[in-house]
Design a binder for this molecule. Structure first.
Ligand code: GLU
Length: 479
């Protein structure tokens, strides 16, 4: 058996949607798993909606995800002559015919069918035209489309995902393959290209299932064996409806901006509709390639769960060496308006285990660079309310004790020791001293251990902020 040839064939009429990225990923994984070829074909035949900018965004998104291609990008628009030749061949072989019906006539036929309560199907009136009439109309310059003659017989295929799928030819129309401006309709262009590019497996979204019987009929009419079809399940939002902007970001670029790591995004997308077997979820690139099979693709639709994506990103973040995060975090900091040339490594180290995205890391680093940026979250507010005057008082005492430490002693061990002494002298719980410090420095009740937090924020900034917060909350300020 020769190695498979698969393709990703996006239309550059919009950004790279997560569904498209998932299709690309499955094709790529399959090509890599089988030692086959991954072809990239940009289907830019919709001239009004296709733009170079969209093509660029799609290519950038694929590159960001680490999805490579072995051939292309080919541009469908460059093959218009072949599409036309295929249509003309079908015409010459009487597998297609010229249709002179105008848009208005077709509209009328459609409304009449609807009024009669029957589904519209072109009534083949142009198939019945006498050849002299066809010549006369054509020579008079009347515009025409080319329609494919759809047989009444059953068209079925063994879908690699769904099993046997069948359609009745009599339910399908004699569909147009070439418009009156001589350009091919999607179904012809895609079949013509897939034949020319020797595509062996067509993997694409479920939403294309209704096109497949028409495409199979075209393959047969062109004397070719259809490829294997694998229709991958739809992606739904958390409410079970088709994923759309209502559910949040649907563009790959949005996730890139939110600080999702490409490896995490790729791992997450791979599991949307594919299961490697077992319950493993974190898979390195080579494991995914090794385990990917068409049999592993699921029939039922997949749910895009943002919480899971963030969880997965968190897993990738904490496994990543801090050095690799410095640049992406610095970029986000600049976007947040923070330009600080301090060594970010200890700060990133201190927050990355509790972070879900790069943006989240950057937010926390920004607060540690300058605690005045901290904003109180609901838990922080609740603590202040619950502790009442003790919040400011304890903060003031902590600040005063910490101020005794010299710069060289501003180390995690000495810091925790100092806070412990404050607690003992007040006969307070250690938490009643530490939590106010944490809230003052971060706005939240959850962070790295407080002594580490104080160490990364540094002596001067910590004391300044603690005093400020003590003063604002009725405690005694030391600064
Ligand atoms: N260009 C088509 C689309 O973006 C894909 C066609 C196909 O995969 O057959 O939906």
């Amino acid at each position: 058996m020769t190695a498979p040839r698969v393709r990703f064939a996006p239309s550059p009429t919009g950004y790279l949607h997560v569904g498209g990225a998932r299709t690309a990923l499955f094709n790529w994984l399959y090509a890599r798993h089988t030692g086959g070829t991954h072809v990239l074909r940009i289907e830019d035949t919709d001239r009004e909606r296709s733009t170079e900018e969209h093509t660029r965004i799609i290519l950038d998104g694929l590159r960001w995800l680490g999805i490579t291609w072995d051939e292309g990008p080919y541009f469908q628009g460059e093959y218009a002559a072949r599409h036309r030749a295929d249509a003309e061949r079908l015409l010459a072989e009487r597998k297609a015919y010229r249709c002179f019906c105008t848009r208005e006539e077709l509209e009328l036929q459609r409304t009449q069918a609807e009024a009669a309560g029957i589904g519209f199907r072109y009534d083949r009136r142009c198939l019945k035209l006498a050849s002299e009439e066809i010549v006369r109309r054509r020579d008079s310059g009347a515009p025409f489309t080319i329609r494919f003659i759809m047989d009444d017989q059953e068209i079925a295929w063994d879908d690699a995902v769904h099993g046997r799928i069948s359609f009745q030819g009599r339910d399908l129309d004699d569909f147009v393959i070439l418009r009156s401006d001589n350009t091919a309709i999607y179904n012809l262009a895609v079949v013509s290209d897939d034949i020319a590019m020797r595509i062996s497996h067509v993997m694409r979204g479920d939403d294309h299932i209704s096109n497949t019987p028409k495409q199979i009929a075209l393959y047969r009419a062109l004397g070719q064996r259809p490829p294997v079809f694998a229709h991958v399940p739809m992606i739904l939002g958390s409410d079970g409806k088709k994923l759309s902007k209502r559910h949040g970001a649907t563009a790959v670029g949005d996730y890139q901006e939110q600080g999702i790591l490409p490896a995490a995004m790729r791992n997450f997308l791979a599991l949307l509709g594919w299961s490697p077997g077992g319950d493993r979820e974190i898979l390195a690139e080579d494991e995914m390639i090794q385990l990917f099979t068409l049999e592993g693709i699921q029939k039922k639709s997949a749910v895009f769960d943002t919480t899971k994506l963030e969880w997965m990103n968190g897993q990738y973040l904490s496994a990543l060496p801090v050095e690799e995060l410095v640049e992406p975090v610095r970029r986000q900091l600049i976007r947040l308006g923070v330009d600080d040339d301090r060594d970010l490594r200890p700060l990133i180290e201190s927050v990355k285990a509790r972070s879900r995205t790069i943006l989240h890391v950057a937010d926390q680093v920004a607060v540690r660079l300058d605690p005045a940026r901290a904003t109180l979250d609901s838990k922080g507010e609740a603590l202040i309310r619950k502790m009442g005057p003790a919040f400011g008082r304890n903060l003031g005492l902590a600040a005063a004790a910490l101020a005794e430490l010299e710069d060289k002693d501003w180390q995690p061990d000495q810091l925790v020791e100092t806070l412990r002494r404050v607690a003992e002298s007040q006969q307070a719980k250690l938490g009643d001293i530490m939590q106010p410090v944490r809230v003052a420095l971060t706005g939240s009740t959850v962070s790295e251990p407080v002594n580490e937090l104080l160490a990364v924020v540094g002596r001067e900034r910590s004391l300044q902020r603690l005093s400020e917060m003590a003063r604002r909350n009725g405690g005694v300020s030391v600064a």
